[in-house]
Design a binder for this molecule. Structure first.
Ligand code: G6P
Length: 369
């Protein structure tokens, strides 16, 4: 079947718009009818095996690695198991400490990335169980892993990953809840609260997509700059990294993502008059701290776009412009906050006249080292 753009100018825009469906397809069959629990019937790991997991390693490349960074927060928060993240090209060569009670999670859209596959093999050689999160049924990673959670995002054609990334986030939420149910680290009410909020995500993404025109205007201004910064704390930092990568990949604008509290240890020296800063401020508990970092960049003349959650008026006072995302639980906010960043990258790339779907020097799947 030839892939069609279905009326969209580019595959990337089409795939951004397919995210509500990808969310529904990835979650629906895995949530019980009463919305009280998740059922990952595809997993072979037993309750006994889950109880024995003493640590988790999440290994991936590129955008999938950024999904893994969110996965770390999610698993540590919901299941209280320590998690380390590594890019696959580092992991395979650093003699990682892998024991029989380590669960290694590899994340890969294509399931064919050479470094990720090598990391999987190294983990298995050391006796660890490997869980794969992939989007391609029958891929090498899917075939070689002990356990598999398939993301049902459908084929992703654009080189810059969008719906595969967000579906990977959903897979981590489901797996985090599965661990929490098994280990009893969250109450039944807490689990239900997360599931209820997850079920609202597809419609909330639709609400963000309906505001795309506002982001186009901002992106056209961003496209005139050569340097740009993303800042955020906690989960917002993980999303900032993905937003920055997306922008680099297709607009070729140099950008850096920084943990907001770390700015003053160096990067602040690069902030001058009119430099665009995208400040993610979706984490309730960290909001005050992020606002103080926004003030630091504002004082040096930065032009700040805040990404904030509905109802947070405080932030609007300290930024130049704001994009509001719908209200959700802090832990789920990456699944919404990344969407405006995807659209900003798309429109910045368009404004610069780039080939959005096929950026220079990059490949959809890197099957050689
Ligand atoms: C390439 C792609 C990225 C992707 C990365 C990992 O660099 O351009 O979009 O995130 O590979 O790919 P994977 O298929 O393993 O998720």
């Amino acid at each position: 079947v030839t892939a069609e753009k279905a009326g969209f100018d580019h595959f990337m825009l089409k795939e951004i718009h397919e995210q509500p469906k990808a969310y529904r397809d990835t979650m629906s069959s895995r949530i019980s009818a009463d919305g009280a629990s998740v059922t990952l019937n595809e997993l072979s790991m037993t309750v006994e095996e889950i109880r024995k997991i003493s640590r988790v390693h999440i290994v991936a490349c590129g955008t999938a690695f950024h999904a893994g960074m969110v996965g770390k927060y999610v698993i540590e928060k919901l299941a209280r198991i320590p998690v380390e993240t590594d890019v696959a090209s580092e992991y395979r060569y650093r003699s990682p400490i892998i024991t029989k009670d380590t669960l290694v999670i590899v994340v890969s859209q294509s399931g064919e990335t050479a470094d990720t596959l090598a990391a999987l093999r190294e983990a298995k050689r050391c006796g660890a169980k490997v869980l794969a999160i992939t989007n391609v049924v029958g891929s090498s990673v899917a075939r070689e892993a002990d356990d598999l959670i398939t993301t049902w995002a459908g084929p992703e054609i654009a080189v810059a990953s969008t719906k595969a990334y967000t579906s990977q986030l959903i897979a981590f939420y489901l797996f985090g809840l599965h661990l929490a149910q098994t280990l009893g680290t969250q109450t039944a009410d807490e689990i239900k609260e997360v599931i209820t909020a997850m079920k609202a995500l597809p419609e909330q993404v639709e609400a963000i997509l309906a505001q795309a025109d506002a982001l186009k205007v901002v992106a056209e201004d961003m496209a005139k700059h050569d340097n740009l910064f993303f800042i955020g704390r906690g989960l917002d930092y993980a999303v900032a990294l993905e937003g920055s990568l997306k922008l680099k990949e297709i607009s070729y604008i140099h950008s850096e993502a920084y943990a907001a509290g770390e700015l003053k240890h160096g990067t602040l020296a690069l902030i001058e008059e009119d430099v665009p800063v995208i400040a993610l401020a979706t984490q309730h508990e960290l909001l005050e701290k992020t606002v103080s970092n926004i003030k630091e960049v504002k004082a040096r003349g930065a032009n700040v776009l805040g990404i904030a959650v509905e109802g947070e008026e405080e932030l609007q006072k300290s930024v130049d412009s704001t994009f509001i995302i719908p209200k959700t639980l802090d832990v789920l906010s990456p699944a919404l906050a990344v969407v405006p960043l995807q659209l900003l990258s798309y429109y910045a790339s368009l404004a610069r006249g780039n080939d959005v779907d096929k950026p220079r020097n990059l490949a959809k799947s890197v099957t050689v080292e």
